[in-house]
Ligand binder design. Structure first.
Ligand code: BTN
Length: 356
C-alpha cells in the first residue's frame, strides 16, 4: 500500500515549505513522538475511508482528545489530514515525512529496516548516531531528521539542512574491518547514492567527486560524512552520514554557486521517502556485498573511477596543507586519489578537490 501510494510524486504533500521553519522554533530536539507515525500509518492503511476518532484512539492506544491534539501537531508539520473529532479523519495527500512508519515497509530484508529514529529537529544526525553507537546501538540503526540545526560536513564545514527539503540521514555500521578499509566503505556509500538517484530517475546523471560528493550538472547535491571509532587494527563502529539536497528551491548566497538540489536540476518535486528508501536499499547491497566478499575492494575502486568523470584525467586544484594543481590519476589501492603534479605523483588523504 505504501509503495503504491508513493509512486505518484504529484500526490506528495510538500511537508513543510522552506520559509515556514521560522514559526516552528519551539519544536523540541527530541525523537519524534511515535504516536504521530502510528496515526499516519493507520490513516495510510485506509486511504479512501474516513476513520473515526474513537477507532484511531483504539488503534494507537490513547484517548480521542489526545488523537485530536496529535492530528493538530501533524497538520502543523505539513501532513494534510481532513476532518475533526466529530466526523473522523482522512489523509488527503501522502505525507513526505521520513517517519519510520513510511520507511520501514520499504526496507524489509535490509539491515536498515529494524530501528529507525526520526527527529523533526536535531543538531546533527551524525552526532546522535555516534553517541548511540558508543552506547551500544546495533548495526543498521538509522537516524533521520527533517531539519538539522548543526549539520556537519567534512573538515569543519557546516551542512545546510533546511527543514523537510533534504535527506539528513546517518546509519550505524559495525564492520569487521581494519580502519584502513573504511575509506572504501565511504566510497561505496557514494556509489549507493548515485545508483539510488538513478533508480528513481534514470534521466539524471549523477557524477562522483572524490571522496564522495555527488554532483548533478556540475553542482553538489549530496555530501557524505563518514566517522568512526576504532582501535589501530579494529573498527568499533562507523557512522555514515548522508545529506542529499532534494526539494530546495534556492540556497544561501554563499552556497548557490556550487550547490544545487535534485528539484532545481530536474524541475520536479521528488519524494524524499522514496529516495531515502532507495538509498538505504542500495547502501545495504553495497555493504553486505563487501562484508561477505561478494564485492571486493578493487571492484568498488574500479566502479568509483568508472562513475566519476573527475577521478582520472581531470585538471584539479587540491586544498590540503596549502594548495597545488595537477591532473587526477585514479585511486590508489586504499582508495586515496592520486594527482600528477610537476613535482611527481601526490596522494590526497583528506584534502578538498576543486575543478580547474
Ligand atoms: C560534506 O560534503 O562535507 C559532508 C556532508 C554530510 C552531511 C550529512 S547530513 C546527515 C549527517 N549529519 C551531519 O551532521 N552530517 C551528515
Amino acid at each position: 500500500m505504501v509503495s503504491r501510494l508513493l509512486q505518484h510524486n504529484s500526490a506528495i504533500s510538500k511537508a513543510l515549505k522552506e520559509n515556514e521553519g521560522a514559526n516552528r522554533r519551539d519544536l523540541p530536539t527530541l525523537p519524534t513522538d511515535v504516536r504521530l507515525g502510528r496515526i499516519v500509518r493507520v490513516l495510510m492503511g485506509f486511504p479512501t475511508v474516513v476513520i473515526s476518532g474513537t477507532k484511531l484512539a483504539q488503534e494507537i492506544g490513547t484517548t480521542r482528545s489526545e488523537v485530536w491534539r496529535l492530528v493538530q501537531q501533524l497538520r502543523t508539520l505539513g501532513v494534510e489530514i481532513a476532518g475533526h473529532p466529530a466526523s473522523g479523519y482522512q489523509l488527503t495527500a501522502v505525507p513526505d515525512l521520513l517517519l519510520p512508519e513510511m520507511l520501514e515497509p520499504l526496507l524489509r530484508g535490509t539491515i536498515f529496516g529494524a530501528s529507525i529514529h526520526h527527529y523533526y529537529r536535531v543538531g546533527s544526525t551524525n552526532t546522535v548516531a555516534m553517541d548511540a553507537a558508543g552506547a551500544g546501538a546495533p548495526e543498521g540503526t538509522v537516524f533521520v531528521a527533517e531539519q538539522q540545526t548543526a549539520g556537519r560536513g567534512r573538515g569543519s564545514n557546516k551542512w545546510h539542512s533546511a527543514e523537510s527539503t533534504g535527506i539528513y540521514c546517518s546509519v550505524i555500521l559495525r564492520p569487521n574491518l581494519p580502519p584502513t578499509d573504511v575509506l572504501v566503505l565511504s566510497l561505496a556509500a557514494g556509489l549507493a547514492v548515485q545508483s539510488a538517484i538513478e533508480a528513481i530517475d534514470p534521466h539524471v546523471l549523477p557524477d562522483l567527486k572524490w571522496p564522495n560528493d555527488v554532483l548533478v550538472g556540475g553542482k553538489k547535491v549530496c555530501g557524505i560524512l563518514t566517522e568512526m571509532s576504532a582501535e589501530a587494527t579494529r573498527v568499533r563502529h562507523v557512522v555514515i552520514g548522508i545529506g542529499i539536497n532534494i526539494n530546495q528551491n534556492s540556497f544561501p548566497d554563499e552556497l548557490a554557486q556550487n550547490a544545487s538540489s535534485l528539484r532545481l536540476m530536474t524541475g520536479s518535486e521528488w519524494s524524499r521517502v522514496e529516495l531515502c528508501a532507495a538509498l538505504l536499499k542500495s547502501l545495504d547491497r553495497e555493504y553486505r556485498g563487501l562484508l561477505v566478499g561478494r564485492i571486493v575492494h578493487s571492484e568498488i575502486l574500479r566502479r568509483f573511477e568508472e562513475r566519476s568523470s573527475s577521478a582520472r584525467g581531470r585538471r584539479v586544484r587540491v586544498e590540503e596543507n596549502g594548495e597545488f594543481e595537477g591532473i587526477s590519476e585514479g585511486l590508489d589501492p586504499r582508495g586515496f586519489l592520486q594527482v600528477r603534479t610537476p613535482e611527481g605523483l601526490r596522494t590526497i588523504y583528506s584534502g578538498t578537490v576543486r575543478f580547474k
